[in-house]
Design a protein around this ligand. Structure first.
Ligand code: FAD
Length: 382
């Protein structure tokens, strides 16, 4: 089969976003996806809120901010609806014991906002508890509330389907990739379904299952699964579409959708490894927390529980760009808990690198070489 200009391994939002940009740039592209149970894109809560991400690293913040700025035009350019909306977000302290954490989070967010033009109309600000409850009526006691008007939500499943539908020139193979083929110091394609498929470049976007490709490419790619369970409840007759996201600084978040649906998430269970099951303990934690944060949800109906394996990296930052020492090999993985936010823009950056363009942002801080540098296993040519 082939040859293709580029083969993308993995058809979650990370791989789809790379492939979408490649096809738009004129590259003949094949996306190969196994469709594992536990695909993170299908479980993602859909919170897009760069300003309230907790990571204090500045390269990280520049990246997530650019990711948030990229979204409106990206979804506008797709042929199907994705559920994207600027719904706003409430970052909350709910008692005395979480006020310190709230103050740290609020200070970081407000300091970062100070660097944006003062004339921007929608700025973060503290609001009182009554105002917070007016915006999200089921809430219980609130101690402190930060209102973040520009936060948005997106439906990961619909977004993935929309990205695929908007790239009709993309070839898709629903099979596992068994091996990335390397000849000397250059990739030549992949082996899938007992066939050799040749390609000039290969992008690894295998989510939580990416690490084995690192071994094949001779690099340390320490991406590991972090299981997340999330429940969807329904409050009939409520105007949930106008409600904001609720994010307690210490606790689970609530993400409302227009059809009476409120998602409550999410557990973080790295110890579960590749076990993509919904568990009794996970459900118990989620439902107990929903009732603590928003007692008005006690009467909500149960719709479904979802589970996904987030592709985590040791420093909670993505792994992007070329693989040192292996020409034509590129990475778009390690997106962790923020992959719905990161995927479209990071996918464009990685694809631009593959196409020989200079990416709009330097990917060096997110390169895979940082792990080798940390463990002293950098290849002489890397
Ligand atoms: C409960 C939960 C809540 C979340 N909430 C948010 C949120 O609010 N905001 C946010 O920004 N992010 C959120 N995330 C994170 C986000 O969903 C992920 O970071 C993102 O979806 C990762 O996308 P991905 O394409 O890298 O991985 P995945 O979606 O897991 O896709 C990887 C794909 O690669 C395929 N693959 C793997 N190996 C092979 C192979 N050998 N051959 C072929 N195909 C292969 C798999 O089958 C799979 O289809 C959440 C995640 C979870 C689990």
């Amino acid at each position: 089969m082939g040859p293709y200009d580029v083969i993308v391994v993995g058809g979650g939002l990370a791989g789809l976003s790379v492939a979408h940009r490649l096809v738009g740039g004129g590259a003949s592209t094949l996306l190969v996806d196994q469709g594992h149970v536990g695909r993170a894109t299908d479980a993602g809560a859909g919170i897009l809120s760069p300003e309230t991400t907790w990571n204090p690293d500045e390269s990280w913040f520049r990246l997530v901010q650019a990711c948030g700025d990229f979204y409106p035009n990206f979804v506008e350019g797709l042929t199907e609806d994705t559920g994207w909306a600027r719904c706003g977000l409430l970052a909350l302290a709910l008692a005395d014991w979480d006020v310190d954490a709230w103050e740290t989070t609020a200070e970081l967010a407000l300091t970062r906002q100070g660097r944006r033009p003062a004339a921007e109309p929608d700025r973060l600000r503290e609001i009182d508890a009554d105002d917070a409850r007016a915006r999200f009526p089921p809430l219980g006691p609130v101690t402190r509330a930060l209102w973040h008007p520009t936060a948005a939500r997106v439906d990961g499943r619909r977004l993935a389907a929309a990205v695929l539908a908007s790239a009709p020139a993309l070839d898709v193979l629903r099979q596992p990739v068994d091996e990335v083929l390397v000849d000397g110091s250059r990739v030549t394609g992949v082996r899938a379904a007992n066939e050799t498929i040749s390609g000039g470049a290969v992008v690894i976007a295998g989510g939580a299952w990416s690490a084995s490709f690192g071994r094949q490419l001779g690099v340390d790619l320490p991406v590991t699964p972090r299981r997340g369970q999330i429940v969807h409840l329904r409050l009939p007759g409520s105007d949930t579409g106008s409600w904001p996201i609720v994010q307690p600084v210490l606790g689970f978040y609530l993400v409302p959708w227009p059809d009476g649906r409120v998602a409550v998430g999410a557990t973080v269970e790295p110890e579960a490894a590749f076990d993509a099951r919904v568990t009794a303990d996970g459900l118990h934690q989620l439902l107990r927390e929903a009732a603590r944060v928003a007692p008005g949800l006690r009467d909500a109906g149960f719709i479904e529980a979802r589970v996904g394996l987030r592709p985590g990296s040791p420093d909670d930052q993505p792994v992007l760009g070329p693989v040192p020492g292996v020409a034509g090999a590129h990475l778009a993985t390690g997106y962790g808990a923020d992959g719905l936010l990161l995927s479209p823009y990071c996918g464009a950056l990685v694809a631009d690198g593959v196409l020989g363009r200079v990416p709009a942002m330097d990917l060096a801080p997110f390169g895979v070489g940082r792990f080798a540098a940390a463990t002293g296993t950098l290849r002489p040519d890397g």
